[in-house]
Design a protein. Structure first.
Length: 696
């Protein structure tokens, strides 16, 4: 995880590097426009530090190693106590070494640690006088910062009045959540402005902007509370002597937003091992957080330990930032591809100049739809900020507008379906080929035949292409009327393969309704939604008879989705009729139609086995990690089907409502979240024993 250092081999390169770092830091803290991404900046500073270690007599006064980060910003309001920065570590080894040196400095082991997310925003000091927010100041050079009190009222979590009339300074980070960032860029570009490259820049630019025609909300996270002139002696004493964990509780009690109610609340750790375990948990949760973090901040919790450690001119010695790998990099947008999916959706995809983010090379990023491209104001050739965290598909956050050269070109939207040349239906945000799912017949048939849908063995992509090219199959229903001699007439289809394929197709006719629904590829309904619809309605006739209101009775289907599902089912009516005529089972075993199931099994669309009967009755189960033992061969979908057969409800995300998490090998953030919420965990083997009677 250690960030490698930039190579600096002479004094001139060193001076240049110091200048580059200064320019980047100024941009970073001042105007919301970065010239280097975080990773590149960290590498540069490490290179500078390495050169300085070899040439201690030649350290330049402007070196970023000797000063408070962000020192380039101008400020006119003095800070009561300097606003310092933090030193960084990049690995468990470096962290352990830091605890050892801290222990040596204070002459004893640190009593306990406070561990919390390192919010990726910018530091501000908020002064409250008799409980009223009177002044907001940026960090500036650490000794004095800029007055940004005009932003009061636009920052969620920083109330105009505290719960008690105290005089105190709250310090913390102002940032934009992902949703606030998207909103800010939409509003900004609608007003003719350039989009911000990432949430951090957006928060920096927005905080400092004085006269804007619009305001966009930001979010505050408090991480410090200190006395100011006017603070009562009793409160001063309390602030000076309290453990950091108590100060954070006090802040939350006053109405200040802290990390407490997020998925990564601050915690207390008794020793370095516990700290490292918590670091792993926070790192695992990072990809799913609705705000950016760039590390974990670890502090000595007790005031006595902090006082004994003291502070240097740049950073306190009692705290350290454990930096996580950067999830954002700047690269170039080379091309936009338009791909037609199995349902006929024409989706844009960004082709990028390859860039390594957290160890993987990123070449593509999602772009949701044409409107998304317009909203983001993207141009071909743009430098773009790319975000990639965990297993989530990389996304473009925004163009880095100030790096534009003028050579960028508009992105051309297709006028005809790029696959079949038909017209494009542009009525909805997501464009669709007028041929719908017939446009990419091979993809839609391959999906329908897949293991989690109709599970037709021997019907892979190549065979489907063969069948379509030979004119034997024009839609899903045609599969079920294929004749033996038709198949025998095809290349590489002997008697055995033909009979095997026909047997597999015949077997598919007995698949439950949930899998048939899924095979139809109704937009917005994947495997788990198809199961819920099937359990709720029990038969295809009931599904088809449902209007939007009835469809909304299914858990997870809201007012927006219901009409589109109903409309799509209507569009599919001729195909469904032919499937029924071909003898496909159109019922869900164990489920009862809604009219007769007011209080009965499956009536709420969630239960699998008769309600209250299976071993998982009333339980919400999440499966994560690789399955082993008796469950080894089950796909995630089959695991979810098993959960539902055994009376439980399957879900893909862990929340307070989850009752059991089946955690296999390599389980990461979901397991961590379950542990944090105190949810029961089971190994695949324990779970297999629990549902033994329901395994096929
Ligand atoms: S404590 C003396 N806690 O990270 C400084 N800082 O890179 C004590 N930051 O200057 C700061 N999250 O602006 C602290 N949970 C957290 C933080 C945090 C983000 C920022 C802060 C600091 C910078 C250092």
């Amino acid at each position: 995880m250690t960030t490698s250092a930039a190579v600096i081999d002479d004094a001139a390169a060193y001076a240049r590097a110091v200048q580059d770092a200064g320019r980047a830091a100024a941009a970073y803290y001042a105007g919301g426009t970065s010239t280097l991404d975080d990773d590149a900046y960290d590498r540069l500073v490490r290179g500078i530090a390495a050169w300085e270690a070899e040439h201690p007599g030649q350290v330049l006064p402007d070196s970023p190693t000797g000063k408070v980060a962000g020192g380039a910003a101008e400020g006119d309001v003095p800070h009561i106590v300097p606003m310092l920065s933090l030193d960084n570590v990049f690995s468990a080894e470096e962290f352990t070494a830091w605890t050892v040196s801290l222990g040596r400095r204070i002459g004893r082991e640190v009593t306990r640690f406070h561990v919390g997310p390192k919010l990726d925003g910018l530091a501000v000091a908020a002064r409250y006088s008799n409980g009223r927010l009177t002044r907001l100041i940026t960090r500036g050079d650490g000794t004095a910062g800029e007055d940004v009190s005009h932003a009061i009222g636009t920052i969620e979590g920083l109330p105009a009045a505290l719960a008690e009339p105290v005089t105190v300074e709250v310090r913390g980070e102002v940032l934009m959540t992902t949703a606030q960032f998207e909103h800010a860029n939409e509003v900004r570009t609608a007003h003719g402005g350039q989009p911000f490259a990432n949430p951090r820049n957006a928060a920096a630019g927005t905080l400092r902007a004085k006269e804007r025609a619009y305001t966009v909300p930001m979010t505050f996270f408090g991480y410090g509370l200190l006395p100011v002139p006017g603070t009562t002696p009793a409160l001063t004493e309390r602030l000076d002597t309290s453990a950091h964990s108590d100060l954070m509780e006090l802040a939350a009690g006053l109405g200040i937003h802290t990390s407490a109610r997020t998925a990564v609340p601050d915690t207390v750790a008794q020793d370095p091992e516990q700290v490292l375990a918590r670091v792993q948990e926070i790192a695992a949760a990072r990809a799913d957080l609705p705000f950016g973090i760039d590390g974990i901040v670890i502090k000595a919790d007790l005031a006595a330990d902090r006082q004994a450690a003291g502070s240097g001119s740049r950073a306190p010695r009692w705290a350290i930032a454990y930096k996580l790998p950067a999830v954002e990099k700047i690269t170039r947008l080379l091309e936009v591809e338009w791909n037609v999916g199995r349902t006929g959706i024409i989706a844009p995809r960004a082709v990028l100049e390859p860039v390594v983010i957290d160890g993987s090379t990123v070449t593509y990023a999602t772009l949701h739809n044409p409107a998304d491209i317009t909203r983001r104001g993207l141009l071909l050739g743009d430098h773009v900020m790319v975000h990639r965290a965990g297993d989530v598909i990389p996304r473009i956050e925004a163009p880095v507008a100030h790096l534009r050269t003028g050579d960028e070109r508009p992105i051309a939207f297709p006028e005809h379906c790029p696959r079949c040349g038909s017209d494009i239906d542009t009525r909805e945000e997501r464009w669709r080929c007028a041929q719908g799912r017939n446009c990419h017949l091979v993809a839609s048939l391959a999906y329908a035949a897949g293991r989690d849908q109709l599970d037709i063995e021997g019907l892979g992509q190549t065979r489907i292409v063969q069948l379509v090219d030979a004119g034997l199959v024009g839609d899903l229903a045609d599969l079920f009327t294929l004749q033996r001699d038709q198949l025998l007439g095809l290349d590489r289809m002997g008697e055995t393969s033909t009979d095997n394929l026909l047997a597999a197709i015949a077997k598919a006719k007995t698949q439950p309704l949930s899998r048939v629904l899924c095979a139809l590829g109704i937009r917005g309904t994947g495997r788990s939604m198809s199961r819920r619809i099937a359990r709720h309605f029990a038969t295809m006739d009931h599904v088809r008879a449902a209007d939007a209101g009835a469809m909304q009775q299914v858990e997870g289907i809201g007012a927006e989705k219901a009409p589109s599902i109903v409309a799509e089912l209507a569009e599919l009516a001729p195909l469904i009729d032919r499937l029924t005529a071909a003898g496909i089972s159109m019922t869900e075993p164990g489920a009862t139609p809604p009219a007769t199931a007011e209080a009965g099994p499956g009536g709420d669309g969630t239960a699998g086995a008769p309600a209250g009967s299976g071993p998982l009755a009333g339980m919400a189960v999440v499966v994560t990690g690789a399955m082993t033992g008796a469950l080894e061969r089950l796909t995630r979908n089959e695991m979810n089907e098993l959960v539902e057969r055994a009376g439980g409800r399957s879900s893909s995300s862990v929340s307070k409502k989850t009752t059991l998490v089946v955690a296999g090998e390599g389980a990461g953030s979901k397991r961590a979240k379950a542990e944090q919420l105190g949810i029961r965990l089971a190994t695949p083997e324990e779970f297999a024993a629990l549902v033994a009677g329901f395994l096929d």
